[in-house]
Design a binder for this molecule. Structure first.
Ligand code: AGP
Length: 611
């Protein structure tokens, strides 16, 4: 996902440093090049660099140029390889317009053809984004705001764009459709950005820009316009995040910091939802018995880690609320003509709230009459704003690309939702409700105790980090944990790992198990433990090296495994919250031993805002 920063202030300097600082705060979104455009004496000066922002800073340090106004960009390639030419900002032919863009212009090919054929435009990059610079330049008649509106009328797709005109050095215009954009109120200056951390150092009062809105930003004013170019009133959103919350706080990686923040995140997500009588409050979500009795189908739709939380959510909802529940990954859901009507509850889970596949699936479900409830970690994100109800995970800012604390707090939200629905429908006994709620409330302490076993996990990592193939198997809700543990390992250590339901092994995959194959067996469910023992025998018979994960006190697993990881004893229904944590730590330490870029893995972005 690309990152955008815009700044306009007084005097004749400051923009260079403020914009590049802001870009550095967006590094976690994943990128391969960066650039900046500055308004200087009636011209737009553009500097770009491939690779880290430090490369761009080197170039800027060597240049005496500075400005009171600038826009910057970190690029995560979608169209065109990472290169100087493809880096943003892009300009029109005479350099009088500069833009930075996040998203995808889906009809860029036809627009490019038209600009070449009808206007003789010559393109300098392979990107879709460059189109925007030429289109705005084409429509520019001395009013940047009007030119931007004209240009985006021609464009289809997802974009947040910031534009500057050499002839209007005291204003920046931005426009948003399906890609995040915020405006920040500074002291005698104002800001634009894709995400809060970029401007947190300078602005805590922000405007969340909605879809199809255009923003005119000057040093003293921020004006938001709707599609009909009418100025709209927008409440200011006060950002309470402490800037340090997004810092590493003493850990050497955001990921490890966030793994250790899980007890607090779970406690936060839980406690604010239980009233003094221990009843669950879904903060403003009104799902009455009538509502729930009318619902005859629930879809839980998400991507990546969030989809694994959805699998656990399915177990929990069918177990406690007794409502038929289906899960799907968002990129498939939106194209499979799903059966949806006004008796469907569509639950989407998203840490960032900006994943385009998830957002598109949400819109598809909404357009067919479903009620949409989203579980989101970023307040005011697109998914949150387009849902009928939002159930926030209070994990705090998750910076590492590999999601950890968002996942476990998503699980807690799914359990709370399931218990609430079961209780409200009258299909869950008071005793069961109280039992599971009590299990959940013990999670923060059990997780804290589990994290103290990190040295054991680090020792296991030392034994296994050279493996190039690792298998994860489990049954029941441990399948979701196996999928999540495998994804963590893949995305930060680049080891090929594979997760499969243990019962499926014999239907083909076991052909891959040979002498020395590393198999991680998740056996946390008491009721399925015997079955897992036979799966351990199956793979051991073919020479596998087995790491077994089970509840504390389980001696049997020790007899059958080469290594054992224990989690604190707890009810079968809630083991995923604990079982995933040793796998997060294992992935972390393996990646560290392999010298990988843990917080910013190659090819990945924190929020995938492209299809
Ligand atoms: C998880 O570690 C990955 N970064 C990725 O699978 C992520 O979960 C997925 O892209 C969904 O992101 P979201 O939760 O922000 O929608």
């Amino acid at each position: 996902m690309c990152g955008i920063v815009g700044y306009i202030g007084g005097g004749s300097a400051g923009a260079k440093r403020i914009v590049t600082d802001g870009l550095k705060r967006l590094e976690y979104r994943g990128y391969d090049s960066a650039g900046i455009a500055l308004a200087v004496n009636g011209r737009l000066v553009v500097e770009k660099a491939v690779g880290r922002i430090a490369n761009l800073e080197e170039i800027l340090k060597a240049s005496p140029v500075d400005s009171h106004a600038g826009i910057g960009h970190t690029r995560w390639a979608t169209h065109g390889a990472p290169s100087q030419a493809n880096a943003h900002p892009h300009t029109n032919a005479d350099g009088s317009i500069a833009i930075v863009h996040n998203g995808i212009i889906e009809n860029y090919a036809e627009l490019k053809e038209r600009l070449i054929a009808e206007h003789g435009v010559s393109f300098r990059s392979e990107t879709d984004s460059e189109i925007a610079a030429h289109l705005i330049g084409l429509f520019y008649k001395g009013d940047l705001l009007a030119a931007v509106r004209e240009a985006v009328r021609e464009m289809r797709g997802a974009y947040s764009i910031c534009a500057m005109a050499a002839a209007e050095p005291d204003r920046i215009v931005a426009v948003r459709k399906d890609a995040p954009l915020i405006a920040g109120i500074g002291e005698n200056c104002n800001f634009l950005a894709s995400d809060i951390p970029a401007l947190l150092k300078h602005a805590r009062m922000i405007y969340l820009i909605e879809n199809n809105e255009t923003v005119l930003v000057t040093r003293n004013d921020i004006t938001i316009f709707n599609e009909r170019m009418e100025a709209v009133k927008r409440d200011v959103f006060h950002v309470t995040w402490d800037a340090d919350a997004a810092e590493k706080g003493g850990y050497d990686h955001f990921m490890r910091k966030e793994i250790f923040e899980q007890p607090a995140g779970i406690a936060e997500t839980l406690n604010r939802r239980l009233d003094e009588k221990g009843e669950i409050k879904l903060d403003g979500i009104s799902l009455t018995k009538e509502d729930l009795d009318r619902i005859d189908r629930i879809y839980i739709v998400a991507c990546g880690t969030a989809s694994h939380a959805g699998l656990v959510g399915k177990f929990a909802i069918e177990r406690f609320a007794r409502i038929p529940t289906e899960t799907d990954i968002a990129s498939e859901f939106r194209y499979r003509e799903p059966y949806i009507d006004d008796r469907t509850l569509f639950v989407c889970i998203s840490q960032s709230g900006e994943t385009l596949d998830t957002l598109a699936a949400l819109r598809e479900a909404k357009s067919r009459g479903a009620r949409v409830l989203s579980v989101v970690n970023v307040v005011g994100s697109s998914v949150a704003r387009e849902s009928d109800d939002v159930f926030y995970t209070w994990a705090g800012p998750e910076i590492a690309v590999a999601s950890t604390k968002a996942f476990t707090t998503q699980l807690v939200c799914m359990y709370l939702l399931a218990l609430y629905m079961g209780r409200t429908r009258g299909v869950l006994s008071d005793a069961e409700y109280a039992r599971v709620l009590s299990e959940l409330s013990q999670m923060p302490d059990k997780l804290t105790a589990l994290l103290e076993d990190e040295p054991k996990i680090r020792d296991i990592a030392k034994k296994v980090y050279k493996n190039e193939n690792i298998f994860f198997i489990g049954r029941g809700s441990d399948v979701s944990v196996a999928l999540e543990g495998s994804l963590k390992l893949k995305e930060i250590s680049y080891i090929h790992s594979f997760a499969i339901a243990a019962g499926e092994l014999k239907h083909g995959t076991i052909a891959l198990i040979e002498q020395g194959s590393l198999v991680i067996v998740l056996a946390s469910q008491d009721r399925l433990f015997e079955k897992l023992l036979s799966n351990i025998e199956e793979v051991k018979a073919r020479g596998a090296y087995v790491i077994g994960l089970a509840k504390a006190g389980n001696r049997e697993i020790e007899k059958r495994s080469d290594e054992v990881i224990y989690i604190p004893a707890c009810a079968d229904e809630v083991t995923p919250i604990l079982a995933v944590v040793p796998l997060q730590l294992l992935a972390y330490h393996v990646a560290k031993l392999r010298g990988c870029d843990i917080d910013k893995p190659k090819n990945l972005a924190k929020a995938v805002t492209v299809e």
